[in-house]
Design a protein around this ligand. Sequence first.
Ligand code: EPZ
Length: 443
Amino acid sequence: MENKAINPLISPKPSEAKPDTELESLRIWGKHPLSGHVHISGAKNSVLAIMAGALLCPQHCRLRNVPSLADIAKMRQVLEALGVKIERHNDTLELDTSHLSTSKAPYDLVSQLRASFFVTGPLLTRLGTARVPLPGGCAIGARPVDLHVRGLQAMGAEVHIEHGIVHADIRGSGGRLKGAKIYLDYPSVGATETLLMAATLADGETIIENAAQEPEVEDLANFCRAMGAKIRGAGTNTITIVGVPNLHSVDYGIIPDRIEAGTFLVAGAITHSEISISPVIPEHLTPVIAKLKDIGSEIVLDGPNRLRIIPGELRATDIETLPYPGFPTDMQAQLMALLTLAEGNSVVTETVFENRMRHVAELVRMGADIRIKGQNAIIRGVSHLSGAPVLATDLRASAALVLAGLAAEGETLVQGLHHLDRGYDDLETKLKGLGAKVQRVSP
Ligand code: EPZ
């Protein structure tokens, strides 16, 4: 192995004291086949919404299969700032939500984690008031919350934004939101989850039309039902919630993370390796499996919740991201990394977020041939990628760069690991378990 060390300070200019992981990098020696099995952790995007959902119940909630992620640690801080008592034992969280001390979520925490805006609906419907900073945009898009706000207003809340803070209050009507019929202009995951949670304690029936159908929305609904909520149609585009006066404590297990699972399937395809993953819910991966088959891999069911990928020659294909059950935007970057090595030309179209192509420049740094035209990336397959120092710009972009590094000749240094740590539970240990040559390095 040629050990010409790559200078980690090539591109990022540290501007302020940043959490260590921001300055950490992952060194990857590519072109090593993977083999064996990898365990898939609980779903980040379920846990974040469900942790906020625990605020609906004035008792105690136990959440099992909770991954160790920076985002979940941040959400814990937000809930503790509201007065929730939280203990963690391995992958189990114990939440005591009986005594909330405030309905104001702290700016410094909310500004670091968009998902903390999910506390708005539960605080408002339980306490009759909520003060939550606007989450603001992020690397992948403006990410407005207008659909959340309009839905809460339709349920009778008074909502206005003042100095960057969303002020939401229930005036009169016995201090409860009112059931309402709400049509979402876009099947937003976050807006569906906010309104679903708010409606659980409302007075009357709420119908959310053009609702998001993501598995994480269904998982949140199942969690609320386990606490006694009356919800029908979660997982379809029409969800009906009949409000109840209160909810009770629950012990709930989180679904497996379909995006982590999809990322490992791509790790198998891009390194031409046969690996297996579990636990997974195969239906949740239907669009990803369909595309991996188009590209030339075989995916077999090795048991009720276990998948195995058998690699094949990589062929080009086109991908368009869409709300579920369409192809997930959270897998776009990873599939793009794979298509850089596929025979022929592929077009990847991102329709969900307006700025989710920032991994392209870094993949090109590794020798990929990609041109961007608006929301389309035109990819001409190349015979190989070369290792290089690259910079992660967001969570899924970081995963794509790690995958490209596993397939590249020589050494890749992925910088900005704080993005990766937000959504992947101990990725490098899992990759090492499959035989990958990776090492986390800090300056
Ligand atoms: C959730 O974000 C996920 N995050 C995202 O995962 C995921 O990419 C996204 O859903 C789509 O699947 C969590 O669950 C914590 P949206 P969310 O509301 O709820 C627009 C990852 O990598 N919109 O469905 O914010 C919005 O701007 C992350 O794990 C409005 O215009 O997504 C976007 O273009 C990234 N107004 C589109 O809808 C609104 O009020 C989809 O957003 C709300 C959204």
